[in-house]
Design a protein around this ligand. Sequence first.
Ligand code: 8YV
Length: 320
Amino acid sequence: MSKPKLLIARRLRPIVEQRAARDYDVVLNPEDRVFSSAELIAACSEVDAVLPCHSEHFSADVLNAIGPRLKIIANHSVGTDHVDLVAAKAAGVVVTNTPDVLSDATAEIAILCMLGAARRGAEGDAMVRSGQWTFWSPDFMVGRQVTAKRFGVLGMGRVGQVTAQRARGFGMEIHYHNRSRLPANLENGAIFHDSLESLLASSDVLSLHCPVTADNKGIINARTLALLPDRAIVVNTARGALIDEDALVEALTSGKLFAAGLDVFQTEPVGNPALAALPNVFLLPHIGSATEETRDAMGMRALDNLDAFFAGKAPVDRVA
Ligand code: 8YV
């Protein structure tokens, strides 16, 4: 029996590509750049399956233009906001993601963003590298301590829970808002807020961990930022679209916020030059899941989903 034809849309870890090549007739993206919509349509129309990252956008138009051969989009990401799930379902294309395996790595980056923002990591690094570190005094590079402060989690899913656990290690008090309250064993002492507004008022550090949907785009905006305690810190390792970046720049400039730590942006790659011009931001280039261990595990999980699908079973991580 011939192997299913699989498009690997971005180059993956060698161990993942090797397994894929064993079980599938693999088509690689040799240049490892994001396909244009036209290229994505053309490439996906020639295969049975595609293994993309969050960088490949499957809008309704793209999905409707892809030929009938494509049966499954096995994402190499937990987020699926780059795929129009309704259009995929209508087109009869199965969609899977890679939850769980990236929670630890993303939680690490959330903590790095928090500490980088609170303790002025980017400023300090730039000062030492540029040779501008020519003096020292007791009030030099003074940041904010996170120990014993309140850590607010918006979206207490898998990544939110692991990040909360790490923040507990700093003696932080955990607060969260979620669609529904978690059972006590998962809540682990965290304080539930039944509204975003209530969470914001209790967050010295606000960390975003919810998927972006049509309903929560720009949920962190001028109105909601104003509800945070003065000199709070905002951390985002989820999706840039959750934040109105103009409002964030204003809050960071006015001193309403002490700092922000961001791994994701409205426009990626590149980010927002207005944010990059501020000293009180700690910025990373969307590397939440970028560890050797996690990227291997994500690739394997995506292949597990493909294997199940082509064996006629239900993929564990089916989202549409
Ligand atoms: C990835 C992500 O950077 O999982 C997600 O939703 O945003 C990231 O883990 C990416 O899609 C890796 O392929």
